[in-house]
Design a protein around this ligand. Structure first.
Ligand SMILES: Nc1nc2c(c(=O)[nH]1)N[C@H]1C(S)=C(S)[C@@H](COP(=O)(O)O)O[C@H]1N2
Ligand SMILES: [Mo]
Length: 417
């Protein structure tokens, strides 16, 4: 095995990203003798298996795979969030049942036959669309992420909180979203020349409403009807939601009910008192729409236990509102040296990208981190850079580098590096 270019790529045991391709040497599997292969058949091979079913469910052995850190505002039931268990998943698609949820007043019980989407305001012809009418248009689908701009807000805490990756960063998920381009519906209604924004509102009791510039709407906004091939789940906007690829999740209004074309943003509560970032100088930044370039190592991460010293895969997800992820670097020595991680085959615009690095852990303490760069040239900032100029308590739009400290006993802690 002389010609391997799979040696060290950076400090503290980080190996070349082609290590797993070339070496195949990491295997933790035990070698078997031919005799052992013909050993007694296990019980499940001695009886016929279970029959078919109308709808699938995860293995009973995977019952721990659930949404995490579910919390509601005091005095409410459905105003809160649940998080995707990032550290227990691989790949880039979030199973629909594990997509994070963020509701301001719970999940409305909408009768799809009664629900209408009304487009009005500065249009030539106000129109009302039922689900059936919408379903006649040609739909498109794209695999893209949705991230709450409150995601990772826990990283603003003065001391690093000992929470899992999903507890800190689990307000991001990716799905195949299918639906009708909003531009197509606006062609039907026509837009008056003064129309420059839309105000989208939902059919929930919170009547979430957000202003969206028309450029974005005509670029890639869709009225989503499908999530991973099936109709939207109620929690994610059934029967229809606005989906704005790459932009802060709050704007992707669920249970979409009205779209009003307007000349100026409406300055709703959700774009002024909330989802804005107060600066040190007392001025609040409004309308931070695209989500910043970001990555996080999902494994190893806090709550996962390392075994014996040896070869490990460091794996995680990266994403950006600016388009595609171009590069992810990983460090195993607290940021002193970095090596390029391998990106999985599917690197798509405004989607999660899976990255992987090979690491020879020597069993000693180590601080591992990841840093993403996107095709627009944006580089994921350090925590200090994100915090610079922010007022205390301003917590939206955090995209700083996440560091995990691996301890000699195999525990993994959240640290600031
Ligand atoms: N109508 C309505 N739309 C909404 C919300 C809401 O509470 N009501 N929450 C918003 C927020 S803050 C986010 S992050 C996303 C979450 O979408 P999800 O629950 O499908 O993950 O929906 C947005 N759209
Ligand atoms: Mo959100």
């Amino acid at each position: 095995m002389a010609d391997r270019d799979t040696g060290p790529a950076a400090g503290n045991g980080l190996l070349d990203r082609r290590f797993f391709l070339k070496a195949g040497a990491a295997s933790g599997a035990a070698l078997l003798s031919a005799q052992a292969c013909s050993a007694d058949r296990p019980p499940w091979m001695r009886v016929p298996g279970a029959p078919m079913s109308e709808s699938g469910a995860p293995s009973e052995h995977e019952a721990h795979l659930q949404r995490m850190a579910i919390g509601s505002q005091p005095g409410t039931t459905g105003a809160g969030a649940s998080r995707t268990p990032l550290e227990l998943l691989d790949g880039i698609i979030t199973p629909s049942r594990l997509h994070f949820e963020r509701h301001h007043s719970g999940i409305p019980a909408i009768d799809p036959d009664e629900h209408r989407l009304v487009i009005h305001g500065l249009v030539e012809r106000p129109l009302s669309f039922g689900l059936e009418a919408l379903s006649r248009y040609q739909t498109i689908s794209r695999i893209q992420f949705l991230e709450c701009s409150g995601n990772s807000g826990a990283s603003l805490s003065a001391e690093p909180l000992q929470r899992s990756c999903s507890q800190i960063h689990g307000l991001v998920s990716a799905s195949e979203w299918g639906g009708v381009p909003l531009s197509v519906l606006l062609q039907e209604t026509g837009i008056k020349p003064e129309g420059k924004w839309i105000v989208a509102a939902g059919a929930d009791a919170a009547m979430m409403s957000r202003s969206v510039p028309l450029d974005k709407v005509l670029d890639d906004a869709i009225v989503a009807l499908y999530q991973n091939g099936e109709r939207l789940r109620p929690a994610n906007g059934y029967p229809m939601r606005l989906f704005l690829p790459g932009w802060e999740g709050n704007m992707s209004v669920k249970w979409l009910r009205t779209i009003k074309v307007v000349a100026q943003p409406a300055m709703t509560k959700d774009e002024t008192s909330k989802y804005s970032d107060l600066q040190d100088n007392g001025v609040a930044k409004l309308f931070t729409f695209p989500m910043g370039v970001k990555s996080v190592i999902t494994s190893p991460s806090h709550g996962l236990q390392m075994g014996a010293a040896g070869i490990y895969q460091i794996s995680g997800i990266a994403w950006t509102g600016a388009g595609k992820i171009k590069r992810v670097e990983v460090s195993a020595d607290g940021g002193k040296s970095w090596a390029d991680a391998a990106l999985d085959e599917h690197v798509m615009s405004k989607c999660l990208t899976r990255f992987r690095s090979a690491w020879r852990w020597d069993g000693g303490p180590a601080v591992i981190l990841s840093r993403a760069t996107d095709e627009a040239g944006n580089i994921q900032p350090t925590r200090d850079v994100v915090l610079d100029g922010r007022a205390n308590g301003a917590f939206y739009h955090y995209n700083g580098i996440q560091a995990w400290q691996v301890r000699s006993n195999g525990e993994v802690n959240n640290v600031y590096a």
